[in-house]
Design a protein around this ligand. Sequence first.
Ligand code: NAP
Length: 318
Amino acid sequence: MKAIRLHAPGGVDNLVVEEIATPTPAAGEALVRVHAAGITRGELDWPVDRLPAIPSYELSGTVVALGEGAVGVAPGQAVCALTDFDRDGVAAEYAAVPAERLALKPSRLNDAESAALPLAALSAMQGLFDHGRLQAGQRVLVLGAAGGVGMFAVQLASLRGAYVIASTSAENVDAVRALGAHEVVDSKAVDFPAVEPVHLVFDTAGGDRLARSVSLLEQGGRLVSVAEEPPRDLCAERGVEGMHFVVEPNRVQLGELTGLADQGLLRVLVGATYPLADARKAFERSLARGGRGKVVLMVVGGDGRTGEGAASAGAMGH
Ligand SMILES: NC(=O)c1ccc[n+]([C@@H]2O[C@H](COP(=O)([O-])OP(=O)(O)OC[C@H]3O[C@@H](n4cnc5c(N)ncnc54)[C@H](OP(=O)(O)O)[C@@H]3O)[C@@H](O)[C@H]2O)c1
């Protein structure tokens, strides 16, 4: 099968399109024909201890075979998943995935949208509610609100009944407002001057704005980041809890999220799609500033065509 593999640390230049053996599903695994694979900025830094490695940890595709004892899915079913970070990813024509990771693909979403949802939406859900303990009526500030994770965080917090303040770069203000943010502030505004104290800061951007946001938290509040470790000294001074976490696959939560998408309550912004063979360009796009939503590799088009030439970079939405 055709696969993308990272052969050395250092990023995009070390990605190679190559032919490798199609995996055989082990016990408990399903073999999935990959239709689309979502990518995440910075993920090429993750697998450096197990190279060569296939990147991308979220897919939309069709089950084609089952390993011994694999239950919960059947050949022919359309599925989506967040896959584990300690094994090969899914930027390939086929992927062997533990069957327990697979959820039914939302029927309302196309393959690109379905592949853009699992990692980012689970990160938002777990960050806001499991780690951030956000509840209805509380105030939350989402940093990087137009990004892959941020777009879901704004929507999920708003659906939960929280008051959502979103920080994003100026060109994305309207898009973020359309996702349901109650206030949108320019991420470059020094010290977020007009923002009242919040219970939770959910950070997806890191850097300077993460540090600046500590001063907006009320006593006993929380700062939860997917991007990097929050500044512990500033958090201690302010009397707030700061934490970084790593998203975990969770089929039940993924089912809740795909259910929301199927009800039309959760939108997915796909900023750009690229054929599998253009993986380097796709990763370059994900690393560049000014994007919105997720970048997705198209492996097989929904109509069965191979991705090469079948998709191009462009704005899409649902
Ligand atoms: N720990 C975990 O489990 C986990 C899970 C998912 C993602 N992540 C990490 O969390 C971060 C956010 O993921 P994501 O998919 O939401 O990423 P993303 O869409 O690329 O970035 C989110 C936002 O961060 C800002 N940003 C800061 N530095 C940037 C840069 N160098 N290039 C582009 N944008 C930059 C942008 O906001 P503005 O336009 O407002 O500047 C962007 O919208 C990434 O670092 C990713 O690796 C970690």
